[in-house]
Design a protein around this ligand. Structure first.
Ligand SMILES: Cc1ncc(COP(=O)(O)O)c(C=O)c1O
Length: 376
C-alpha cells in the first residue's frame, strides 16, 4: 500500500470511529438462532424447501453461472420464463431481469435519463436511485420527502423535452408509502414518466403484488417499475416491469444490462418458485400483516403500511449500542445510520416477517424496549 493511502485510510477510519459510523461485517453461523427482525426475507421464502429445490434444479439444468451477458450467452429459457411470469403476475406489458435491484435502478434511470431529460428524485429514495441520478447526466432536482407540490413545481418549470420522476414505493428506512395515485396524476399532467421502485412493496402491499398493482396502475403506460428478487421473493436479482418499448430500449442502452453477466440460474429458478408461492398463498401476506400489527402495537407505534417499523433514536452511537444489546439478548435488529438516513435520525429498524411466531415478536419487542430504556 502506498504511504499516501496508509495515512488516508487510517485517518478516514479514525474519523468514522469518532462519529459512530464504523460498519463491521458480522458473519452468520449456519445454525444461528437469533430472532430475525432485521432481514428483508418478509415471507420466509429464502429457506422455503420449494424455493431451495427450484434453485438446485436450475443449477443442475443450466449450471452454476449464466456464463456471460444476456446479450452474449447468459440468457436462458429460464430467464425468459421468469420475465413472462413477472409481467403475467405483477402486471405490465413486459419485464426484463437484471443481476440486482440496484443494477435495475441504475439501468433504468441512466437509460431513460440524459442531458435532455429532467430527473426528479424524492429525498428519501434508496441509494441506488441516488447513484442512478448522479450517473444519468441529467439535471436532477431532489424534492423534499413526499412533497407533491415540489414535484409539480419542478416539472412545471422544466426546459428539458422529457422528464422522469423516481420514487420508492415503500421507503426502506421509515416504511412509509409513496403517494402513488397523486404522483401519477401529476406526472400525467406534465407528460413525465414515473419510475417506481417496488423493492419493499412486492410481497407486502395489497395482495402481495405491490403498490402499483393494488392501486390499479400496473398497466399504466407512463409507469416503469423496478423490483428486487432479493427481499420478499427470497432470492437475488432485480427486474424492470414496463412497456415493451421501454424494455427494448433497456436491452439496447442500459449499461448495467449490456455489460453485466446475466442473473445466475439458481437465483432465477428460486425467484420463479417464490413468485408462484406468493401468488398461490395469499395467507402468507396476511400472516406477515398480523406480525406487523403485533410488532407495532408492542412498540407503541401505529402499524405502518409496509413491513418496516423504525424507532428513531438520534445519534449513531445510541443506535449501535441498542442493536448490539439486542443481539447479545438473541434478537437481530437493523441499525440505520448516515448516509442511510439523515444526520440526527439514526435508528433501529425492525421488519415484520411471516415466519416469526407470536412468541418471537413478543420476545423481540421486549428486548428492544428494554435495551432502549437502559441505554437512552
Ligand atoms: C428501495 C430499494 N431499492 C433497491 C434496492 C436494491 O436491491 P438489491 O438488493 O436487489 O440490489 C434496495 C435494497 O436494499 C432497496 O431497499
Amino acid at each position: 500500500m502506498s504511504h499516501s493511502y496508509d495515512d488516508w485510510l487510517a485517518s478516514s477510519a479514525a474519523e468514522r470511529e469518532k462519529r459512530g459510523l464504523t460498519r463491521r461485517l458480522r458473519h452468520r453461523h449456519e445454525d444461528e438462532s437469533l430472532i430475525d427482525v432485521a432481514s428483508n426475507d418478509y415471507l420466509g421464502l429464502s429457506t422455503d424447501p420449494r424455493v431451495v429445490r427450484a434453485a438446485c434444479d436450475a443449477v443442475r439444468a443450466w449450471g452454476a453461472g449464466s456464463t456471460g451477458s444476456r446479450l452474449v450467452s447468459g440468457s436462458t429459457e429460464l430467464h425468459r420464463a421468469l420475465e413472462l411470469d413477472l409481467a403475467g403476475q405483477l402486471g405490465g406489458e413486459e419485464s426484463l431481469l437484471f443481476s440486482s435491484g440496484y443494477a435495475a435502478n441504475l439501468g433504468v434511470i441512466t437509460a431513460l435519463g440524459g442531458t435532455d431529460t429532467l430527473v426528479v428524485s424524492d429525498a428519501g429514495n434508496h441509494a441506488s436511485i441516488v447513484d442512478a441520478c448522479r450517473l444519468s447526466r441529467s439535471r436532477v432536482v431532489v424534492t423534499p420527502h413526499a412533497d407533491l407540490d415540489a414535484v409539480a413545481a419542478a416539472l412545471r418549470g422544466r426546459a428539458e423535452p422529457r422528464a422522469l420522476v423516481a420514487i420508492d414505493a415503500v421507503f426502506s428506512a421509515d416504511g412509509g408509502l409513496a403517494p402513488l395515485a397523486e404522483l401519477h396524476d401529476i406526472c400525467h399532467a406534465h407528460d413525465a414518466l414515473l419510475v417506481l421502485d417496488e423493492a419493499h412493496s412486492v410481497g407486502v402491499v395489497g395482495d402481495g403484488r405491490g403498490l402499483a398493482f393494488s392501486a390499479g396502475l400496473a398497466d399504466a403506460p407512463d409507469l416503469v417499475r423496478t423490483v428486487t428478487l432479493s427481499k420478499a421473493l427470497g432470492s437475488q436479482g432485480g427486474a424492470v416491469l414496463a412497456s415493451a418499448a421501454v424494455t427494448d430500449h433497456l436491452v439496447n442502452t442500459a449499461r448495467t444490462f449490456i455489460f453485466d453477466t446475466g442473473l445466475a440460474p439458481a437465483s432465477v429458478g428460486a425467484a420463479r418458485a417464490a413468485l408462484a408461492i406468493l401468488v398461490a398463498e395469499p395467507d402468507l401476506v396476511e400472516r406477515l400483516r398480523a406480525r406487523r400489527d403485533q410488532l407495532a402495537s408492542a412498540l407503541g407505534v401505529p402499524p405502518p403500511p409496509s413491513a418496516v417499523v423504525s424507532l428513531v433514536l438520534g445519534e449513531p452511537g445510541l443506535a449501535v449500542a441498542v442493536a448490539q444489546a439486542c443481539r447479545s439478548e438473541g434478537v437481530l435488529v437493523g441499525c440505520f445510520r448516515p448516509p442511510s438516513v439523515p444526520p440526527g435520525e439514526s435508528r433501529v429498524r425492525l421488519t415484520a416477517r411471516a415466519a416469526l411466531s407470536e412468541v418471537d415478536v413478543k420476545v423481540a419487542t421486549d428486548v428492544v424496549l428494554t435495551a432502549i430504556e437502559k441505554l437512552r
